[in-house]
Design a protein around this ligand. Sequence first.
Ligand SMILES: NC(=O)c1ccc[n+]([C@@H]2O[C@H](COP(=O)([O-])OP(=O)(O)OC[C@H]3O[C@@H](n4cnc5c(N)ncnc54)[C@H](OP(=O)(O)O)[C@@H]3O)[C@@H](O)[C@H]2O)c1
Length: 283
Amino acid sequence: MATVLQLPQPTWFIGCGNMGGAIIDGWRAGGLDLNPITVIRPSGTPVAGVRTVASIGDAGFEPKLVVLAFKPQKLDEVAAQLRQYVGNDTIVVSLLAGVELQSLRHRFPDTFAIVRAMPNLPVAVRRGVVGLYGENLDAQAQAQRFVNDLFSALGFAMWTSDEQRLAALGSVAGAGPAYVARFVAALTKAGMARGLTEEIAATIAQETVLGTVWMASANHEDMASVARRVASPNGTTEAGLAVLDGDEHVLDRLIAATIDAAARRGAELAAEARRVEEPARLS
Ligand SMILES: NC(=O)c1ccc[n+]([C@@H]2O[C@H](COP(=O)([O-])OP(=O)(O)OC[C@H]3O[C@@H](n4cnc5c(N)ncnc54)[C@H](OP(=O)(O)O)[C@@H]3O)[C@@H](O)[C@H]2O)c1
């Protein structure tokens, strides 16, 4: 019989905004028992079915698993309070975009294992993509398996061999839902410009993206083939694709520039986090 996936008691979420909330929603949808979780967030805003407190001091027993789900800029502020609760049997999972493992290890020198996870928002409906990267995983195979199981419950989870690849995965998948959202919105606006109501235009744009990707995934079909099957020679779609592709592949260049800009910001965040204070000076 398969073993039931269980969160360790206690599990702390430090921060629970868009991404922390999406992960908890996904685990809830997957039937995980959320009782071990304590959410710590300054506002104390309740999270359905989960114990929520406003400060680390109110959280209780030292955690076995800590999910860092606040903005990277808050790392030093949080680490100064959290470090004393993170012991040599604690697994720290960091969602902090751009913050490298070495920067985390400096802040939490005693913790058993640190894993970086780069999820995207569809984890909330268990159709997410999660990039994972950890240190010294041969020695920590059990921790790796456990974190792998937790995130595989939220969609497609994969380990990367280095942090550059994790950053690459995050630049496409982590940020991707925002870009897809903009594409669907642009399709909606175009539908409205052709006389459709906003409601109809938005619905068909969304369903078209969902249906296309679903079909391709179900058929293991690549996107070039999908486009070929829609566009008959000299037909209407081909006229449209001629604009998107253009002489200079305008869409490819736009997306590449978009992802470059996000990657540059990721590098800046990593550099900020690298400017680490010595742990002794944090206490
Ligand atoms: N959003 C995404 O799609 C995405 C994708 C990949 C990675 N990430 C990463 O996930 C992390 C969270 O992003 P997000 O989009 O969820 O941000 P968010 O919606 O702004 O949530 C931030 C959370 O941090 C909490 N917080 C702020 N200051 C805190 C403190 N001093 N101690 C403890 N908690 C504190 C906030 O508490 P209150 O709720 O009380 O205000 C809030 O719950 C970031 O590091 C980001 O890089 C996000």
